[in-house]
Design a protein around this ligand. Structure first.
Ligand code: GLC
Ligand code: CA
Length: 557
């Protein structure tokens, strides 16, 4: 019999360990630092803590390049610290999710080192190693995510190349090889045995490659073609994913949330249906609006209407099957408020509105560290501030396209992955209380106002608003409605206004006036209670509701 989904009423919080809290003053966040702050997280009403990778790594891609899956990187602490974190979480009815990065490992992993020693031997088969073509060329013209070819020369073997969808320090593991899969499943179970609740699963659509490796039509001046074409041409990923689920997650009733890039609307049932590969996947439809066009190949500004329509489509699709994990930001891009709110209009009210519109949709909310403080993008001043491998590449690319340094910094900054990777601010002391020494990464300018301690003392802060959202969602009177309630869009065609109803035993309406000017909506019947309001005063009239700029109301109707 299928067990009740223990995770379905939970809220996730993503921790970027390197920037969360530094307990030993080396400028780098660590596991003990997380343990120190676990009561803060409990107080925020979150249940599941997802930690971005904290395994042994050379940090080419900030830990998403793992050189030993069974070790914690010494920067972060030890296995004992991880065990303690798991224990401390359990004591508080909280859960730990680790980041499962198994499309690739690090080029410093023992497997890859052995593969370089003997490409024809056992470990050579752990990777995609190919001979160069007779003219010295590489097998395909696919472009890696971080720029340049997916093929790099195998160290020590000028005649051979290996495949990497991401950076050259992240060789892709060969999932076609059953021995690789067995090794991965063994590792997953080892961690689940330790008592973690499950995994966030990285870049999982990349594990399947097409049967034939061939050139596709180039789509850029570099003569290369987006790796997305490769993913579209890969068949039957389900074969691996079903096996992984059966051999690992199922045995532990684990919760999984996968990072699935691209549009899988047509395959949603296979991914997250009753017998889906995963418990859930992130809904990236809103975030992926950014990837359409624009000066640097990305659309820069997303309108309220685009955001709303994307949410409504996703909610409609997930209503047919499965659970979405709803996000406005993560460690891979700008802050949600900078992405989804017009420049110049990012303020207390709009931050709260966006947060709530996302939080109360059907699914599992996932808050990224600092989001609850209303953290904004970094104001990058010089290229040295870019720590991320792909930011560095994009900056250099902009320079080579003829932009001057200042403009290249601006262009890179807007979509920079470093925007969300700055140290968390805990109080108004030096470095925001993150550390007593200069942190590994630039600290936000305004940490004197925007930090946990200051916001905790201010009843009007974003932080206290997030706490009120959690209290409301957990209120036994409304819980069923927020968790199981149907999602019904309201006034869909009304411009720059996003409203929906959650309906179960009760009816709750969420309205966001998604613009910097007032508006009015007319209800069918008087509302019965205002449950949440990002302005102090409740509306004067219970039917004709006058909305202030960026006003957010949650009301029982
Ligand atoms: C995922 C991660 C990202 C990382 C990439 C490669 O997209 O979220 O940070 O660079 O996978 O592991
Ligand atoms: Ca530290």
């Amino acid at each position: 019999m299928k067990r009740e989904k223990w995770w379905k009423d939970k809220v996730i919080y993503q921790i970027y360990p390197k920037s969360f809290n530094d307990s030993n003053d080396d400028g780098i966040g660590d596991l003990k630092g997380i343990i120190e702050k676990i009561d803060y997280l409990k107080g925020l009403g979150v249940d599941i803590l997802w930690l971005s990778p904290c395994f042994k790594s050379p940090f080419a891609d900030q830990g998403y390049d793992i050189s030993d899956y069974y070790e914690i990187d010494p920067q972060f602490g030890s296995i004992e610290d991880m065990e303690r974190l798991i224990e401390e979480a359990k004591k508080r009815d909280m859960y730990i999710l680790l980041d499962l990065v198994v499309n690739h490992c690090s080029d410093e992993h023992e497997w890859f080192k052995q593969a370089c020693e003997d490409p024809d031997g056992r470990y050579g088969k752990y990777f995609y190693i190919r001979d160069r073509l007779s003219d010295g060329k590489v097998p395909t013209n696919w472009r890696s995510y971080f720029g340049g070819s997916v093929w790099s020369e195998l160290p020590g073997h000028p005649d051979k190349v290996y495949f990497h969808a991401f950076h050259e320090k992240q060789p892709d593991l060969n999932w076609e090889n059953p021995e690789v899969r067995t090794e991965i499943y063994k590792m997953i179970c080892w961690w689940l045995e330790k008592g973690i609740a499950g995994f966030r699963i990285d870049a999982i659509r990349n594990i399947r490659k097409p049967k034939v490796f061939e050139n596709y039509t180039p789509d850029g001046e570099d003569g290369l073609c987006s790796i997305d074409r490769m993913i579209e041409n890969a068949q039957d990923i389900g074969e691996f994913l079903k096996e992984m689920r059966r051999e690992t997650f199922d045995k532990y009733d684990a919760f999984t949330v996968a990072e699935v890039s691209g549009d899988v609307t047509d395959e949603l049932d296979a991914y997250v249906g009753e017998n889906g590969y995963f418990s859930s996947i992130f809904d990236f439809r809103e975030i992926e609006l950014s990837f359409r066009d624009g000066e640097t190949g990305r659309k820069q500004d997303i309108t309220a209407e685009e955001y709303k329509q994307a949410c409504f489509i996703s909610q409609r699709e997930f209503a047919k099957c499965g659970t979405a994990v709803n996000v406005i930001e993560n460690h891979d891009g700008p802050r949600g408020v900078n992405r989804f709110i017009k420049e110049g209009e990012v303020c207390l009210e709009s931050k709260k509105m966006l947060g709530a519109l996302n939080y109360f949709m059907k699914g599992i909310p996932c808050i990224y560290q600092g989001q609850e403080l209303g953290m904004e993008n970094l104001k990058f001043k010089s290229p040295e501030e870019f720590k991320d491998i792909s930011d560095k590449f994009r900056f250099e690319n902009a320079i080579s396209q003829g932009y001057d340094e200042k403009r290249a910094v601006e262009l890179t900054a807007k979509m920079s992955r470093d925007n969300g990777r700055m140290p968390m601010a805990w109080n108004d002391s030096m470095y925001g209380g993150f550390s007593h020494v200069k942190p590994w990464m630039t600290v936000i300018d305004n940490y004197d106002e925007l930090n946990v301690q200051t916001e905790a003392e201010d009843s009007n802060s974003v932080l206290n608003f997030y706490k009120r959202m959690a209290e409301l969602r957990n209120n036994p009177v409304y819980k069923k409605c927020f968790i199981d309630g149907e999602f019904i869009p309201k006034w869909r065609l009304k411009q720059n206004l996003m409203a929906y109803i959650r309906k179960a035993n009760r009816e709750i309406m969420i309205i966001g006036n998604y613009k910097n000017s007032p508006d009015r909506v007319v209800l069918e019947a008087p509302y019965t209670a205002i449950l949440l309001n990002n302005y102090e005063d409740d509306p004067n009239d219970k039917i004709n509701i006058d909305l202030k700029p960026y006003q957010l109301l949650v009301m029982e109707v």
